[in-house]
Ligand binder design. Structure first.
Ligand SMILES: [Zn+2]
Length: 263
């Protein structure tokens, strides 16, 4: 299929109209007339991922995070972004991203995270339309202690250097759980207002965590979103039967090392 048809299928699955105003999902490189036979999926566009896509002979690198989210005026090739984009262009590798438009939908980033965690009666935390919205809220099938929920998260999410941190004690009872894959600190008040016992998200800062009206669990941004890639790959494979899809196993979490403190 041509890249223009692939882009059209992506827009059907994750309508670009659902993206936040500040967001820049869609094509970054590539010609609409080029052929698409093989696609590699990843959360981030890093040098390792671009190299992997090229080595695989992929025509498209499908990423969650848009690599040129902040506009650029000069793609210097001795800079990180310029060298990435130049490498992709020279290898005829199209880069495409589905970002906030993939966060909010059914089977999107937060929806997959909620369901894999075992939540039931899952609905958007902050609705933007009838079926879509930011984050998710649902209930656990049984009452748990926060420590047990963190244990579940630890079993579910790929291992990352920073691990999982909680702002309340391990014996806090939890049943109603709100979450948002990626950086969801903007929705803490909504999680509290919705009656959640705990809110799981990423990239939480000191004052935000200290002033939170409900317990928080901080997980790796990359890890929380990575669960979605297999579902995205499956949905794309159903829509584009002649194209081969694979999910990159590379960990693109920026934190790679964690000193275990003993003193
Ligand atoms: Zn993200």
């Amino acid at each position: 299929m041509q890249l223009r048809d692939f882009v059209a299928e992506c827009d059907r699955l994750w309508p670009i109209s659902g993206a936040d105003d500040w967001d820049k999902p869609g094509l970054v490189t590539g010609a609409l007339s080029q052929n698409v036979e093989r696609v590699l999926l990843s959360i981030d566009v890093t040098e390792e991922v671009v190299d992997q896509a090229i080595a695989l002979g992929a025509n498209v690198l499908f990423a969650h995070h848009p690599p040129l989210l902040k506009g650029v005026n000069y793609l210097a090739e001795d800079g990180r972004k310029g060298s990435l984009v130049a490498k992709a262009i020279r290898a005829d590798l199209a880069i495409f991203s589905a970002h906030t438009n993939a966060d909010i939908v059914f089977d999107g980033v937060s929806d997959v995270f909620a369901k894999r965690l075992g939540l039931e009666q899952v609905v958007p935390l902050v609705p933007v339309s009838e079926s879509a919205g930011h984050g998710r809220i649902g209930v656990l099938p049984t009452d748990l202690r926060l420590g047990e929920l963190v244990e579940r998260l630890s079993d579910l999410l790929p291992v990352t250097a920073r691990g999982i941190a909680s702002s309340a004690s391990a014996d806090t009872p939890v049943r109603r759980v709100a979450l948002c894959g990626g950086a969801g600190d903007a929705f803490i008040e909504q999680a509290f207002a919705a009656g959640a016992d705990v809110y799981i998200t990423s990239d939480l800062r000191h004052h935000v965590a200290q002033e939170s009206p409900l317990p928080l669990v901080d997980v790796s941004h990359w890890a929380s979103e990575s669960l979605w890639l297999e579902v995205a790959s499956q949905r794309l494979a159903n829509a584009c039967s002649e194209v081969e899809f694979s999910v990159s196993e590379l960990v693109t979490d920026p934190w790679v090392f964690n000193q275990e403190r003993t003193k």
